[in-house]
Design a protein around this ligand. Structure first.
Ligand code: SF4
Length: 309
């Protein structure tokens, strides 16, 4: 949950999750729809799908107990090198060093690693492992993480308080803040599209996105394709074919959202249709009061709010 998200935002979700699914077996027995619904609003939905797939794998393949080695953990869905090393070190006291962003910063400064991220990752991990004591690997890792979070901060590190300041190459050179070196970031091209907020009395037209891909399995109002350079007319031509919704009203302004790989701008069109109008194939009417229980990602919450304003 904490990947890309702050502790403050995650806290209430974490508590709700543990109340509803207190064990890995309980989570593995839940439906993916329920998990996505509970996740709605937290973003990066592949985490929810992976969490569920991982719980199913632990329940079915490991009798409900997590494997206790780094290799065993790495084989689970959604568990990459960092998570595998973190669980192995912290939960099972294996001698390995999970390298998060904080440790990356501390280590790249201590050893003045000139190579840029992400290429420098293997080298940083090697250096980080030299900092492990003979035992208590989890404590070593968490101590370094805390050092990075509180003292070796991205800006203005408090080097005079740092217990490693006698051995820090970057401090000796006076260029601590320039580490870790980073390759220039590529931001994706702006994509544009249209979203269609259709109401039938006190109901809203919704559909479910395909299971695979961006926001997979989440709920949305119908939208056009999201394409770079797409103009309003081309987007409007993809409006859902629904009887009675021949006249679309364009709301002033656009809804913007930034995904990891591209920013998005959606024009919002609204229409209201007569009672008993059928939903097009693959779509459904949902009472407006129940929309909050749907697995609506933040982007769609913004679209619905803008459309119903
Ligand atoms: S001396 Fe300064 S730059 Fe070096 S590890 Fe400590 S806080 Fe970071």
């Amino acid at each position: 949950m904490l990947q890309q998200t702050t502790v403050k935002a995650v806290g209430p979700y974490f508590e709700k999750f543990l109340l509803r699914w207190p064990t890995v077996t309980a989570l593995g027995s839940a439906s993916l729809d329920d998990v996505l619904r509970m996740w709605a609003g937290l973003g990066y939905y592949s985490r929810a799908r992976n969490l569920h797939a991982c719980a199913v794998a632990v329940m079915r393949g490991h009798a409900g107990r997590f494997p206790d080695t780094e290799q065993g953990l790495l084989a689970l869905p959604g568990v990459g090198p960092y998570t595998a090393a973190a669980i192995a070190a912290i939960a099972f006291d294996r001698r390995t060093m999970p390298v998060d962003g904080n440790i990356e910063r501390v280590v790249s400064r201590l050893f003045a690693v000139e190579e840029s991220l992400p290429q420098a990752k293997p080298r940083i991990k090697q250096f980080a492992e030299t900092l492990l004591g003979p035992s208590r690997a989890g404590d070593s890792a968490q101590a370094l993480m805390d050092l990075g979070a509180t003292i070796c901060t991205p800006k203005k590190p408090a080097c005079s308080l740092c217990p490693l300041n006698d051995n820090c190459a970057a401090l000796a050179r006076g260029d601590q803040e320039t580490f870790p070196r980073k390759a220039a970031k590529k931001t994706g091209e702006l994509r544009r599209g249209a979203a269609f907020v259709v109401t039938r009395g006190r109901e809203l037209l919704l559909r479910t996105r395909p299971a695979k891909g961006l926001l997979g399995g989440m709920t949305e109002v119908p939208t056009s394709d999201w394409l770079a350079g797409q103009n309003d007319k081309a987007a409007l031509r993809q409006a859902p074919a629904i009887k009675g919704a021949s006249k679309w009203h364009r709301k002033v302004g656009v809804v913007t959202h930034v995904f990891t790989h591209f920013p998005l701008e959606l024009a919002v069109y609204t229409a209201s249709v007569p009672a008993r109008t059928r939903a097009p194939d693959g779509m459904r009417w949902v009472a407006i009061g129940d929309v909050k229980d749907e697995a609506l990602p933040n982007l769609m919450r913004k679209v619905v709010a803008h459309g119903m304003e």
